[in-house]
Every structure is written in C-alpha cells, then in structure tokens.
Design a protein around this ligand. Sequence first.
Ligand SMILES: CC[C@H](C(=O)O)C(=O)SCCNC(=O)CCNC(=O)[C@H](O)C(C)(C)COP(=O)(O)OP(=O)(O)OC[C@H]1O[C@@H](n2cnc3c(N)ncnc32)[C@H](O)[C@@H]1OP(=O)(O)O
Ligand SMILES: [Co+2]
Length: 132
Amino acid sequence: MKIEHIGIAVNSLGTSDDLFERLLGKKNYKQESVAREGVTTSFYEVGESKVELLEASSEDSPIAKFLSKKGEGIHHIAFGVDDIYAEIERLKKEGFIFISEEPKDGADNKLVVFLHPKSTNGVLIELCQEKA
Ligand SMILES: CC[C@H](C(=O)O)C(=O)SCCNC(=O)CCNC(=O)[C@H](O)C(C)(C)COP(=O)(O)OP(=O)(O)OC[C@H]1O[C@@H](n2cnc3c(N)ncnc32)[C@H](O)[C@@H]1OP(=O)(O)O
Ligand SMILES: [Co+2]
C-alpha cells in the first residue's frame, strides 16, 4: 500500500492549475472528467505520489457539496493497493465502513472505492488499484 494521491477540492481548475504549476514547477500530466462522480480532475506527479485537483462538474457533485460546506482544501487521501477486493474484505473484517463496497472506474486508469470518514478518523479514504 502507498499514498497514491492526495485529493484537493478546488473552485476552479483554471486558477488552481496555475497555482500548482508555479508551486510544483511543473505542468499537470493529465486532466480527466469522471461524470459519474461529477468531477473534473487534474493530476500532478510529486515524487512517488500525486496531487489530484478536483473541480465539481455538476451541481450534485460531492465536491460541490464539500466546497459549499468546507471551502477549498484537502478532500481525501488515496491509498494505492495491489488487490482492491482483498483489501475491501480485510478492512470490512477490521470494522471499517465503505460508502459502496463495489469498486468503480475512477480517474487515471484506476478502480476505486471509498471508506466513510466516520470510520476513518474523519478523513475520507479512497482505495485505488491500477486497471490492467
Ligand atoms: C473517482 C474519481 C476520483 C479518483 O481519484 O479516481 C476521485 O477521487 S472522485 C472524489 C469525489 N468523490 C467522492 O468523494 C465519493 C465519496 N464521497 C461521498 O460519497 C460523500 O462525499 C460522503 C459520503 C463522504 C459525504 O457525503 P454526504 O452527502 O454525507 O455529505 P455531508 O456533507 O452530509 O457529510 C457527512 C459527514 O461526512 C463529513 N465529510 C464529508 N466529506 C468529507 C471529506 N471529504 N472528508 C472528511 N469528512 C467529510 C461531513 O463533514 C459530515 O460530517 P459531520 O460530522 O456530520 O458534519
Ligand atoms: Co481520488
């Protein structure tokens, strides 16, 4: 398991891409929308991990709700795993709560699933596995 990415909720990718390009001294390596999640993402490599900027692409997006309640900031931590199904079973046995137990297609060629922050010390945790 490794920290695959840190998700950051932003009001505008236009503004935040400019800020992170200056902060990291590099351009993003991709921008990708995930309509199911109501997000447009922008990814930056930072050493072994990544920063994922997240802009809401629909009014009912979880990012829109997060921004309206908490404003811009860190939204989630994504752990990269080798076998997402095995990890789901392991974590369920440990008593962790999943928002949905069925992995779905995420951004950046990943299968993703989320744990509920009430079972993870108030931090939204994403598990992601590289798709073959
Ligand atoms: C998949 C594409 C991409 C990728 O990496 O591939 C992404 O990462 S997409 C990221 C966006 N998608 C998601 O976040 C999906 C999972 N999130 C959800 O299902 C919801 O956001 C959920 C269930 C975490 C919260 O939704 P809800 O409608 O319950 O919102 P509330 O504001 O009522 O929150 C309830 C409760 O949870 C706390 N909360 C909400 N969001 C977060 C957060 N990001 N981190 C920590 N805590 C969070 C919120 O404060 C409420 O707590 P309370 O004590 O009741 O105030
Ligand atoms: Co993510």
